[in-house]
Design a protein around this ligand. Sequence first.
Ligand code: EPU
Length: 420
Amino acid sequence: MAKFKILPAKKLSGVIPVYGAKNAAIKMIAGSLLLKGETILDNIPDILDIQKIIRILEKLGVSFHRDGHRLKISTQNLRPGDPDPKLVSEIRASVVLVGPLLSRFSSVNLPHPGGCTIGQRPIDRHLQAFRHLGADVDETKGYYHFQMPETIKNRPVKVKFSEISVTATENVLLFGALQERLIEIENAALEPEVIDLIEFLKKAGVEISLNGRRMAIRGRRNLSPVKHRVIPDRIEAGTFAILAAATKSSLKIIGLIPEHLENLLDKFQKMGVQFERGGDFLYIKKSPRLKALDIATAPFPGFPTDLQPPMGVLLTQAAGISRLKENIFSNRLEYLGELQKMGARIKISSSREAKIYGPKELNGDKIESLDLRAGATLLIAGLTAKYGETVINHAENIDRGYEKIEERLQNIGANIQRVQ
Ligand code: EPU
């Protein structure tokens, strides 16, 4: 088990680059299953979750060539088959393989997709959507079986989500891309990663129109090869921005799209975080005094659940009482227990609500990175601590989503080492 060791540092400074969006890249790699010929994806981060999805597709005959952040994918030797159950149970995003595999081969079987420990993660919205699309869906002995009967294939259909889901929306888009019938979605997710997937599919020849949370998709049996640059990771960008604000550093974060972070920037303004924004950068300046604030997570364009944990650290440094409300996942406040160990004053009233009393100096301690975003959060906490060494166990949770994180942090002055 690898760990990160962090020592209090002088202020961080300089420039930190943002890499490509994990949650867009994975869906486009899944989307390559729909295309004959070569798919070229740029800005693909080299992280554990991407390596796992690649491994799953390699086992189905897909070949990959990585050159830096460029990934070339060839599906010439793709054969019908089910994704490797062990790998599927290690990565939640593998659920988006159902759409392309079912559309291409009319059947697919897989176990419950795994992932972070941030709460129950059922896939009932996916199952319901595929049933609306005409698939027979069964669940036996922990496996889901999807089968698309020949007779239903051409019927136009409307999929109405009672609650928004990012990957379920993406699954319907990926499924619909090869279908010549009209598929409509109501109450679709509009996260930038979903919009980027739509751009990718349009380049392949799929007709997709958007009207608020309604989408209309008309696919084609033969899609064209695609070359696409994945959007920058807004969660990584936001994490670095929060890191700068929490450590009272002056930091330039480059290669991002500020419009994807409007909600965070609005909160920054209200808290007194000083910043400048440009076309593709954010410059966070040392802010004299931060004010407490209430945060409630919501689907995009609301405050992103993936930035709620980093924001929790920042709020320990803000004067007054801040309230956190996690509306997306049922168990995403566990990191607060680790912040308490470091000296933060926090009252956790339920698995979804807490109050943070600040400002409070944090001290280094031995803490657990409980999942991907909580792990990145504790890096921020360790770098914000005034005294003592912070040891974060299970560095691999952080490697799932952040490429060469210690190297990038060392480059801006952080005293962080990876140890075995
Ligand atoms: N939900 C259900 N049933 C379903 C699907 C979702 O009850 O069939 C619930 C979830 O348990 C959750 C809520 O609905 O409480 C929203 O889940 P959603 O389906 O929107 O999330 P997701 O598609 O599983 C993606 C990202 C997450 C990100 C969320 C919200 C990927 C691979 N994952 O998850 O990213 O937090 O959308 O924006 O795209 C991460 O990167 O660390 C991460 C967790």
